[in-house]
Design a protein around this ligand. Structure first.
Ligand SMILES: NC(=O)c1ccc[n+]([C@@H]2O[C@H](COP(=O)([O-])OP(=O)(O)OC[C@H]3O[C@@H](n4cnc5c(N)ncnc54)[C@H](OP(=O)(O)O)[C@@H]3O)[C@@H](O)[C@H]2O)c1
Length: 222
């Protein structure tokens, strides 16, 4: 990534996204509800992107980090929670991709899309801990694979980072501490454990890497 290239980080206000925003400070724009862009609202996303394009043109990279979590069994999930989890994890991806990626394609230069799923969702297995959240993240993986096909010829790669237990001030500590004994690496991850993979994906070295799920979980899914 060159100094002139710009990254749009959706959900860059806290946690992993915040660490990414610090890494690319001066070369990124952050959208969150607090900055006035609720990515569950397609009109808000279109408005925010129109303003973004006026200032920066099409971004080199789009990084989407939004995705609320709820640890609840499937039969114990009420419809409002189900809808919220899909709105937060899937609708925000769909609206953002539809608003941003056509401009990246039209720009006719290399580009990057990075989405966030969760470790294990690309495996053929049930997820007892948070089934609706993991189902929503599986949808994100499938959207990414299909988009990767649609935009590969335009020189744009689309990949998914699937974190395991990444600790930060707003992470789900109780759940993370409970699972810690099962992490082969013997520790929780931190945003810094994700940064290196993002750096690589944004670099020219990753131009031929697309449609993949990169799991960063200290071996939890092994
Ligand atoms: N941390 C982990 O251990 C872990 C594990 C597996 C997967 N993941 C995934 O990795 C990604 C990043 O996780 P994280 O823990 O860093 O998340 P996080 O701490 O919850 O931060 C999410 C960010 O998204 C913004 N946001 C939330 N809803 C939004 C909306 N509707 N529109 C726009 N922005 C919105 C939040 O800011 P506002 O509140 O201001 O909007 C915040 O800046 C997520 O997709 C998450 O599901 C995380």
């Amino acid at each position: 990534m060159t100094a002139a290239e710009h990254v749009l980080i959706v959900g860059g206000g806290q946690g992993i996204g915040r660490a990414l925003a610090a890494e690319y400070a001066g070369r990124c724009t952050v959208w969150t509800r607090r900055t006035g862009t609720d990515a569950t609202d397609p009109a808000a996303v279109q408005r925010a992107f129109a303003a973004f394009v006026q200032q920066h043109g099409a971004p080199y990279a789009l990084v989407h980090c939004v995705g609320d979590f709820a640890e609840r069994p499937l039969l114990g999930t009420d419809p409002a929670t189900y809808r919220h989890l899909f709105a937060s994890n899937v609708d925000t991806v769909f609206h953002t991709l539809q608003a941003v990626v056509p401009a990246m394609v039209a720009a006719d230069r290399p580009g990057r899309v990075i989405l966030f799923a969760a470790a294990g969702v690309d495996r053929a297995r049930g997820m007892r801990r948070a089934p609706v959240y993991f189902a929503a993240k599986a949808a994100v993986v499938q959207l990414a694979r299909s988009l990767a096909l649609e935009v590969a010829a335009a020189g744009i790669t689309v990949n998914v980072i699937a974190p395991g237990l990444i600790e930060h001030p707003h992470s789900h500590r109780d759940s993370q501490r409970r699972l810690l004994p099962r992490v082969p690496a013997g520790r929780l991850g931190g945003p810094a454990d994700v940064l290196g993979t993002v750096r690589h994906l944004l670099s020219p070295d990753a131009a031929y890497l697309t449609g993949q799920v990169l799991t960063i979980d200290g071996g939890l899914q092994l």
